[in-house]
Design a protein around this ligand. Structure first.
Ligand code: NAP
Length: 256
């Protein structure tokens, strides 16, 4: 029997975990796609490719040319453009699509959260008075904080922030998760952090800073997700495997 050809749009821990689990089934030919932003990406468990497709149409052409049966969007919940492109490409080609999307973090008792819809609004939420701020939002949108040069920043990212932020006081920390609560507590205390800016990414790998902030009584400006693309979504790798099984069933393949 021919194998199911699956394209996974990745760039997340969950995408790697799903690729590993699907590979173990033995009935799939997998390709994991990365945006190619990270200078030294982690080793991937299955064959991978890197770089954009050239928009939704480019992705549709790639899916057709590769004779794929299934597209799985396992990108980061804040990577909105690729998810929109996946939706359009699936519609154009008729290829099955679903998303693996971890649930948002919910506010817990003791959390001192200010929720905002975007990074520019996170900048404004820091206020006028100088504060010691930990930016844990990746590097792509960090430059917005140049609008608030009165604060002291500790900025953590996987790759260097280039060019550096045009503010008087910014320090940089290069690190890749997961980040445990105890280590996050130590980092926040050592740097006398007063407020954290974080995206509501969901999942366990970067939750340590949220738990640490709660334990230490530190404020967090949470950037909420925009409304996700209107596609079928599952929250866990197990649910993704189950749904893939369903989609691979002979009835579904015949379209009944
Ligand atoms: P984005 O704004 O949604 O995507 C911008 C463009 O990058 C897309 O239009 C596409 O180019 C290309 N692209 C994105 N993901 C791709 C993938 N997996 N494979 C091939 N091309 C991809 O995404 P982003 O926010 O820049 O994030 C880029 C990648 O980093 C994503 O894959 C995401 O999973 C990962 N990531 C993002 C964040 C975050 O906070 N945004 C955090 C952690 C990891 P074309 O239109 O040319 O196809």
């Amino acid at each position: 029997m021919s194998k199911h050809r699956v394209l996974i749009l990745g760039g997340t821990t969950q995408a790697r975990q799903l690729a590993t689990a699907l590979a173990e089934r033995g009935d799939c030919e997998l390709l994991l796609s990365l945006a190619g932003r990270t200078a030294t990406p982690m080793a991937q468990p299955v064959p991978s490719r890197s770089g954009g497709f050239g928009g939704a149409h480019g992705l549709a052409v790639f899916l057709k040319a590769g004779d794929f049966d299934l597209l799985i969007d396992a990108t980061h919940p804040f990577a909105a453009r690729i998810s929109d492109n996946a939706t359009i490409a699936a519609q154009q080609t008729g290829i099955a699509l679903f998303a693996l999307r971890r649930p948002v973090w919910e506010r817990q008792p003791g959390d001192l959260w200010t929720c905002v819809p975007s990074i520019p609004e996170a900048v404004a939420a820091l206020g006028q008075n100088p504060r010691r701020v930990f930016l844990a939002i990746g590097r792509q949108e960090v430059s917005h904080f140049e609008k608030a040069p009165q604060h002291s920043y500790l900025i953590r990212s996987v790759d260097p922030v280039a060019p550096p932020l045009a503010v008087a006081d910014a320090r940089y920390l290069l690190a890749t998760g997961p980040f445990e609560e105890a280590a996050e507590c130590a980092l926040l205390a050592e740097n006398r952090i007063e407020v954290i800016v974080a995206k509501n990414s969901g999942g366990a790998a970067t939750y340590g800073k949220i738990a640490a902030a709660r334990a230490l009584g530190i404020k967090v400006v949470i950037v909420e997700r925009r409304q996700p693309a209107d596609i079928r979504a599952v929250a866990t790798v197990e649910d993704a495997l189950e749904l893939a099984d369903h989609l691979f069933s002979p009835e579904m393949k015949r379209g009944v």
